[in-house]
Ligand binder design. Structure first.
Ligand code: RP5
Length: 149
């Protein structure tokens, strides 16, 4: 079961399916360690587009980590509806995750989505922390202590 921190979320973690939960848990572990607030949602770009759209508009989170396999339209769907940063995590559901990786990285000009490596949601959380650290000095110190392991 994924942990939900009680504070207003800094990071929104959205996954396309409950089957992505194992990948998501690597991101929540890092955010817990760094004491960064987050919320976790299971919302698919294909199965729940209206609910997802409403959620994107309403969440106070500063940025998104979007975790998806297969056609992996979740990160691009989010990026097309917000100017907040979106970090995509391709999931190795089929084809070793290459399908999702290409889908997430091959964005048309003007609609940026960052991508980490396949299943590497730990790096997505660390990248999110680095973005948030731009305006939060205490987070820089925590990241220094956290190291590169
Ligand atoms: C994607 O399809 C999800 O992100 C997941 O990685 C993959 C398989 O989803 P399920 O069929 O297990 O729900 O949308």
């Amino acid at each position: 079961m994924l942990n939900k921190r009680k504070l207003s979320p800094c990071v929104s973690i959205v996954m396309g399916s409950k089957s992505d939960e194992d990948v998501a848990s690597k991101a929540t572990k890092v955010l817990d360690d760094l004491e960064i607030s987050y919320e976790v949602k299971v919302l698919s770009a294909h199965r729940n587009p209206k609910e997802l759209e409403k959620y994107i508009e309403e969440t106070p989170a500063a940025l998104f980590i979007a975790i998806a396999g297969l056609a992996a339209h979740l990160p691009s769907f989010i990026a097309s509806r917000t100017k907040k940063p979106v970090i995509g995590v391709p999931v190795s559901a089929k084809l070793g995750g290459l399908d999702a990786l290409l889908s997430i990285t091959q964005m048309p000009s003007g609609v940026p989505v960052a991508s980490v490596g396949i299943d590497n949601s730990k790096n997505a959380a660390l990248l999110a922390a680095r973005i948030l650290a731009i305006s939060d000095r205490s987070l820089i110190e925590k990241l220094e202590k956290y190291g590169n392991s």
